[in-house]
Design a protein around this ligand. Structure first.
Ligand code: G3I
Length: 347
């Protein structure tokens, strides 16, 4: 296809992948407007980048409906409904973006039983509010540390409600969160979601967690976030992780896909996206999507969600260097398809 005709006709990734898996994107209420051109044509699933997180959706102390702020999340769900898209729920339990009141008692830190009761109230309210609209939930997000695959101990959830309940070494709050979610909406598919679980100790701990939760019927799937870079991980490493999780009988989704032009830990600054890096990115996306198609055909992968849709809105512009531009997605800042789009869309 010539460059000119590519400009003219941009196929829909969601349509091309219809028989494999939904193609998703993380959105903010504002990007439903600023990126609507791409969203309506390119994706078949949405997830709220921030709008369903505790600090946004349940900012005020207490558990009556006036403690909740549903407007942003409701706008996302309404957009999905209007355009026939699915919605993933993100996220019920995380160590970030939780208001301080959740962990405070009348005098000092909240007790474990009160914290779990607040968690149950939060989960019950959200799953009831979005019942039938949100088909799966990231129930617990990022509970495993980068240190040798230990539990994330620098989390108030762990500190206040982490002691083991079931004798299987799983922190209590994790199991409770899944129990509450299962009871609140038995039809919702329940996920554990994390980054860096493709290899090593973090993968081992994630497998142990999934196995224990699956044995109790509490979990349906694992989300491999997929915050990757031009420098790795390679697609075969990703394939092995997908297969390891799938062998436990859980579904696997890629939940937060983006491919940074910077190597992990690199704090240098590019003024423009370098051509060699953009072609490396295209190669990486091509090889990832080949693995995704093959694993979907083998019934091991059930969804691929990007953390954004175009380079004009990406969390990587503030991380790890605030204000540094990155270009991790398939569409450029003017919403034109990049080489990475074509390698993902061609087979
Ligand atoms: O809305 C406030 C605004 O009122 C305030 O003035 C401003 C000051 O910094 O902050 C604004 O909130 C920011 C929010 O994004 C909305 O843009 C937060 O500071 C900022 O921390 C927050 O970042 C989000 C980040 O999670 C928080 O850790 C990113 O948008 C979001 O993409 C990112 O998403 C996470 C996933 O949930 C879990 N996996 C990793 C992924 C990337 O970090």
């Amino acid at each position: 296809m010539s460059a000119a005709s590519r400009e003219a006709i941009v196929p829909s990734l969601a349509a091309m992948y219809q028989t494999f898996f939904p193609i998703g994107a993380a959105v903010e209420p504002e990007t439903l407007v600023s990126q609507s051109d791409l969203l309506v044509t390119q994706v078949s699933s949405l997830v709220a980048e921030n709008a369903m997180k505790w600090e946004r959706i349940h900012p005020a102390r207490g558990n009556n409906l006036s403690s909740y702020a549903f407007a942003g999340a409701d706008a996302i769900v309404a957009f999905a409904r209007d355009h026939g898209m699915k919605v993933r729920g993100h996220t019920l339990v995380w160590h970030n973006q939780v208001p301080a009141w959740v962990f405070q008692g009348d005098a000092g830190p909240v007790t474990k039983s009160e914290l779990l009761s607040r968690l149950r109230g939060h989960i019950n309210t959200l799953l009831a509010h979005f019942q039938g609209e949100v088909y799966c939930w990231d129930v617990v997000n990022e509970a495993i540390s980068e240190r040798a695959g230990e539990w994330r101990t620098d989390s108030p959830w762990y500190r206040l409600a982490g002691s083991d309940h079931g004798g299987d070494g799983i922190p209590g709050y994790i199991e409770k969160a899944f129990e509450y979610a299962r009871a609140a909406d038995p039809a919702a598919r329940l996920f554990y979601n994390d980054y860096g679980i493709e290899t090593g100790a973090k993968l081992e701990t994630a497998l142990r967690l999934m196995k224990a939760l699956k044995a109790k019927g509490l979990v349906d799937g694992v989300g491999i976030q997929g915050h990757w870079t031009v420098f790795g991980p390679d697609a075969e490493t990703v394939r092995r992780a997908i297969q390891s999780f799938a062998s436990l009988g859980v579904e696997v989704q890629i939940t937060e896909l983006d491919v940074s032009l910077y190597r992990g830990g690199d704090t240098s600054v590019l003024q423009e996206p370098r051509v060699d890096l953009l072609s490396g990115q295209a190669e990486m996306y091509g090889s990832y999507f080949r693995v995704f198609r093959e694993e979907a055909q083998a019934h091991r992968l059930t969804g691929v969600t990007f953390w954004g849709i175009a380079d004009d809105h990406t969390w990587l512009d503030s991380f790890p260097v605030k204000g540094r531009k990155d270009w991790p997605l398939l569409f450029d800042i003017r919403h034109r398809p990049k080489d990475a789009f074509w390698t993902a869309a061609t087979w």
